[in-house]
Design a protein around this ligand. Structure first.
Ligand SMILES: Nc1ncnc2c1ncn2[C@@H]1O[C@H](COP(=O)(O)OP(=O)(O)OP(=O)(O)O)[C@@H](O)[C@H]1O
Ligand SMILES: [Mg+2]
Length: 253
């Protein structure tokens, strides 16, 4: 059975970073094949993996609106295009959603994404969905269910509260989430007691378990500045060891 792992969290808290580090982890564990979905309209997961984006689902949607080649059904056309849009790498494929239709409406793109994901899903062991900030976006994606929701937060009281709010609205939004974890990113080491208290409170009052506390990492900053793939990060980097131990714990269950 394919497992869906989705990211959530306020802007800039580490959703894309976590997606890339999780990809690295699952590849190393040979938990493959993986499908990575970049559902951020300002796609940038590819950059952390040093990949070029070609065709996006948004562009396919535009093509669907114009006249199709003769002797091909909409479904066949769609399938052909999706295969063109898949960036195929060793152990994983990346699919980029791209730009939404017009102001406000993601509807069509998301229907296609849902259709595509349904068809594609069975081919993969895990699907990793990197989202943009905001839960409405996630709910519009029509993911039938999310096995693991990873909610990232910055190491601040308000950040943790926002993560809790995100977790709290999954149910009213109609998202079926099996397990959810709080990931506190760029945390000072050691974690200040006041921050630890906020984390403990948020975990006690929500459906989230504490996934882990991720340190601020120079290795990540340098890798990004040099335009090198996060997949090439060294195992010895603190941040890699921390997130790998965290993923071991999360995915052991
Ligand atoms: N643990 C960390 N140590 C150092 N830098 C980090 C860490 N986590 C994230 N960053 C940096 O912080 C910035 C934001 O991270 P990232 O892009 O992963 O956040 P995001 O939640 O995906 O943002 P957005 O909401 O814009 O999609 C990036 O420049 C990233 O390199
Ligand atoms: Mg991002």
């Amino acid at each position: 059975m394919t497992k869906v792992i989705a990211m959530a969290g306020k802007g800039g808290t580490g959703k894309t970073t976590t997606s890339a580090l999780l990809t690295r982890y699952l590849l190393e564990k040979k938990e493959t094949p993986l499908l990575l979905v970049d559902a951020d309209s300002n796609a940038n997961l590819n950059e952390l993996l040093d990949l070029e984006v070609g065709l996006t689902l948004g562009q396919i949607r535009k093509e669907l609106k114009s006249e199709l080649p003769p002797n091909i059904t909409r479904d066949q056309f769609m399938e052909m295009k999706i295969h063109q849009a898949l960036i195929e790498e060793s152990g994983f494929d990346l699919l980029v959603m791209g730009q939404p239709d017009g102001p406000g409406c993601y509807c069509a793109a998301n229907q296609y994404l849902a259709m595509t994901m349904d068809k594609l899903a069975e081919n993969y062991k895990y699907i990793i969905v990197d989202n943009e900030a905001g839960m409405e976006h996630l709910s519009r994606m029509n993911l039938r269910s999310i096995d693991y929701l990873l909610v990232t937060s910055d190491p601040s009281a308000r950040g943790i509260l926002t993560a809790k709010r995100i977790s709290d609205i999954t149910e009213p939004l109609g998202l079926e989430v099996k397990k959810q974890y709080l990931l506190v990113n760029r945390a000072p080491q050691p974690v200040p007691p006041a921050l630890q208290e906020k984390i403990d409170e948020a975990v006690a009052d929500s459906g989230m378990e504490l996934g882990g506390i991720i340190p601020s990492s120079e290795a990540l900053i340098n890798q990004e500045l040099n335009g090198e793939s996060y997949l090439g990060l060294d195992d010895s980097a603190d941040v890699v060891q921390t997130v790998n131990a965290m993923f071991d714990k999360i995915f052991a269950e």
